[in-house]
Design a protein around this ligand. Structure first.
Ligand SMILES: [Fe+2]
Ligand SMILES: [Fe+2]
Length: 363
């Protein structure tokens, strides 16, 4: 099993925290799941009439609550996980923690939106409240899985202690749309892989992904419909530039995170790079249905440059794990920071694909 230098540093940090009971939240970095807040009044004042029918149809889907009885632990969980080797267990617990945090972050944002829009925009409010119901189930289910390893995330503490990133509503729409759709592709890809290779299913959580990912897909469709109701978010040059930015930010974050954690995917019988490249291609294709522009991820430059950033991050982590004084560390890190900035700039400026024109052709 792969155990890179930077994973060893991570391991040290994890071992301090892998104690029975409540798990201390991980140190925040640029790559950890974020918590968001927004301009609630601006969302409340949004006129959704240009796409109200579609939003009502999605609300009916949310009300139908197809997964009401899905997140119930069956007897397959009633066994001991002692036989899992230490590396797999550690990586899996980290996966659970990151996923639980991400799901919980969605829960908090949607719940607050549901609460704040109740009187001013009841249709959107109910959609947000029902999505927060789904996210609460998802994060609860993951936290329960952590308890099988004698750990739990203190979600109340997380709510209070995390820093919240403020995003204007349109940025919340881009970011959450993409994270819902990428979540869908991540879950369904793992599910389908394990369906074909059940010998790699080391814990029963993954078989829940089939219905689970449909929740994420519906959430993504909701944000698609919201953006269509606000034409300025998907039309014009400014929208094109922001959509490109968010696609790149979301794809790069996932790729750089996952190649650092290739051991987890290996335990599932997956190659982290192939898995991520597939998920990114699929999410990019999906985004073409609503975003005016998507990225040319088939250009070999795209993943090559992300690979360079991955190497830079390995070097940055290695420098972090030395005992050198801060100033020296900074000087050593500088070239890697500059290289990362350069790669991102190049990726951002790489010729994009006109999704809108493509949609025109298909029709
Ligand atoms: Fe979710
Ligand atoms: Fe979701």
């Amino acid at each position: 099993m792969v155990n890179t230098a930077n994973e060893q540093g991570q391991q040290q940090q994890d071992q301090e925290q892998l104690r029975p009971g409540i798990k201390a939240p991980k140190k925040e970095t640029l790559l950890t799941p974020r918590f968001y807040t927004t301009d609630f009044d601006a969302v409340a004042k949004m006129d959704i009439s240009p796409n109200e029918d579609e939003l009502r149809a999605i609300l009916e889907e949310f009300r139908a609550d197809y997964n009401k009885k899905h997140f119930i632990r069956d007897e397959s969980f009633n066994q001991s996980w002692e036989n899992l080797d230490e590396g797999t267990r550690r990586r899996f617990v980290e996966f659970l923690e990151r996923s639980c945090t991400a799901e919980f972050s969605g829960f908090l944002l949607y719940k607050e939106l549901g609460r704040r829009l109740k009187n001013s925009n009841p249709l959107l409010a109910e959609c947000f409240t029902l999505m927060s119901r789904d996210e609460a189930r998802h994060s609860g289910f993951l936290n329960k899985a952590m308890s099988d390893f004698n750990l739990a995330l203190d979600l109340g503490f997380l709510t209070k202690s995390r820093k919240y990133t403020f995003f204007k509503p349109k940025f919340v729409f881009y970011a959450t749309y993409l994270s819902e759709k990428i979540g869908y592709w991540r879950y369904i890809t793992i599910y389908r892989h394990l369906e074909e290779h059940p010998e790699h299913e080391f814990y029963p959580l993954f078989r829940f992904f089939k219905n689970w990912c449909q929740d994420e897909n519906r959430h993504g469709d909701f944000f698609d419909a919201v953006m269509q109701s606000q034409p300025y978010t998907v039309n014009g040059l400014v929208a094109r530039l922001w959509c490109r930015f968010f696609l790149l930010a979301v794809f790069a974050t996932m790729y750089l995170n996952d190649i650092q954690r290739s051991g987890f995917y290996e335990a599932l019988g997956l190659d982290a790079r192939e898995y991520d490249q597939y998920v990114i291609k699929k999410t990019n294709e999906t985004a073409a249905r609503v975003f005016p522009t998507i990225l040319d991820v088939d250009n070999p430059n795209f993943f090559n440059r992300l690979e360079i950033c991955g190497k830079n991050n390995e070097n940055l982590n290695a420098i972090d794990n030395t005992n050198a004084p801060r100033a020296i560390k900074f000087v050593r890190k500088l070239p890697y920071y500059i290289s990362n900035g350069w790669q991102f700039l190049n990726l951002y400026l790489q010729k994009a694909i006109d999704a809108k024109a493509q949609r025109g052709v298909v029709r």
